[in-house]
Design a protein around this ligand. Structure first.
Ligand code: GLC
Length: 429
């Protein structure tokens, strides 16, 4: 199943398919063996796109398994701990949520409705898909309402995140300052990630101490939304989450139209409209992108990371803002051999191999390329597509890639990298 794509390069798509099968744990797909032995929310959403190319029923099952772990209040947790595994820390006992399927107690970028829309539109078995859609829509609506109700109780139009892990971009330099204000845990623990991946490619201990403080904080507050919102020492209006939620919200409304499911739709439209206006408060003309904001200090988080151009994916920029972001991306791509680096290489916090502080992540490339295409910039979409093919050609299906030389970093045989190749790099941009 080697396909020639329009970059005249070969990607081994049968290997990509084999990776999904290898990482299949029966109804859900782990990101990679050892390092991440459970079901992660946004990984799973992206991975379903890969399954769609191999086995449509399996793709819908991936979604269903995740939504089986949805909380009564609508939250879809960022991790479902379907089985015990010694190789990961922090496990369900640390999070403190053991009702139903044990889970983490925060969410992750809500890309589900977007991937489900792609699945619905590109599947072969439409009537099966429609049945699945009918079952999923109320759950998706509850999930989106959870974001607005719990994470923007004052109706500002900008939802917030309570943990860097919620952004999916764990140790992005954009979170350095708000995270530094979080106390460190005073108990000792044993990190398991460093047994799988070189410490140069993972977050530092002081960051971990604070990540765990926050996990503990939610537990101590018994997951009470009001108390957490009032006192959480980390509260960030995260431009990545806001953008992904906005696109997914619009996709959800379109899916509701398709399925004639109109319950709760009006309220969602109001939320989307509010965000379209509020987003302008995060625009930085100097930086040519949108910046997240620390909601505790009010400071703008001025690191240029891939999240700052995700409003292209969310359809949140005006034409002028989009043009500025595209100019920034064009120069950003010129500045590295492999793009798009998660942090701009000119940042003094750029680190080529450390996770979200420099490396390239292909599912983010797909989002930015999709946004560029929506705004009418096919040449940029093509550049991002080509550079993504180059990463896989250079190293295979790694978790992330060093932008200077294309070296694979983190975990190997990684599900979302394989899935994004099957879904996106299998077809010309
Ligand atoms: C890391 C990533 C996160 C991802 C998870 C599983 O925590 O930062 O985005 O969902 O690993 O792959």
């Amino acid at each position: 199943m080697k396909h020639q794509n329009n970059d005249d390069e070969l990607i081994d798509f049968s290997l990509a398919a084999a990776i999904l099968c290898q990482n299949d744990r029966g109804g859900y797909t782990i990101p990679t063996d050892g390092l991440y032995p459970f079901q992660w929310s946004w990984d799973s959403a992206i991975t379903a796109l890969g399954w769609l190319r191999i086995d449509e029923k399996r793709a819908w099952q991936e979604v269903e398994t995740m939504f089986r772990g949805q909380w009564d209040n609508g939250m879809v947790p960022h991790i479902l701990f379907h089985k015990d595994a010694e190789s990961y820390f922090p496990g369900p006992d640390v999070w403190g949520s053991t009702d139903g399927i044990p889970s983490s107690t925060i969410s992750q970028p809500p890309v589900w409705a977007t991937t489900i829309r792609v699945m619905y539109e590109s599947c072969r078995d439409r009537s099966f898909a429609k049945k699945k859609l009918q079952q999923l829509l109320p759950k998706l609506i509850a999930y989106h309402k959870w974001w607005y109700r719990e994470r923007d109780p004052a109706n500002t139009g900008l939802v917030c995140s309570y943990h860097p892990w919620e952004s999916g971009m764990d140790n992005s330099p954009a979170w350095d300052d708000p995270l530094a204000a979080v106390p460190e845990v005073d108990w000792s623990y044993h990190r398991r990630d460093l047994g799988h991946v070189d410490s140069e490619q993972r977050p530092h201990k002081p960051e971990y101490d604070r990540y765990l403080y926050l996990v503990d904080f939610y537990k101590r507050n018994k997951f009470d939304s009001d108390r957490i919102h009032a006192n959480c020492p980390y509260k960030v209006a995260d431009i990545g989450i806001i953008s992904i939620l906005q696109r997914a919200g619009n996709d959800l409304l379109d899916l509701c139209q398709i399925a004639s499911h109109m319950d709760g739709v009006e309220e969602l439209q109001d939320e989307l409209d509010r965000t379209s206006v509020a987003i302008n408060s995060l625009w930085s003309a100097d930086s040519r992108c949108f910046l997240s904001r620390d909601l505790i200090t009010g400071d703008s988080l001025d690191q240029i990371t891939t999240a700052t151009v995700l409003p292209l994916f969310g359809g949140l920029g005006s034409d002028i803002q989009a043009e500025a972001m595209i100019g920034l991306i064009d120069e950003w791509l010129d500045a590295t051999n492999f793009g798009i680096s998660s942090t701009h290489p000119d940042s003094n916090r750029y680190e080529a191999q450390r996770y979200w502080r420099g490396p390239v992540w292909l599912h983010i490339n797909w989002m930015i390329a999709t946004g560029a295409s929506d705004y009418g910039y096919p040449a940029i979409e093509q550049r991002i597509h080509t550079t993504s093919v180059d990463c896989i050609k250079a190293a295979g299906f790694w978790e992330y890639f060093d932008a200077s030389n294309g070296n694979g970093c983190g975990g190997d045989n990684f599900s979302w990298t394989a899935a994004i190749a099957l879904h996106w790099l299998n077809t010309p941009a």
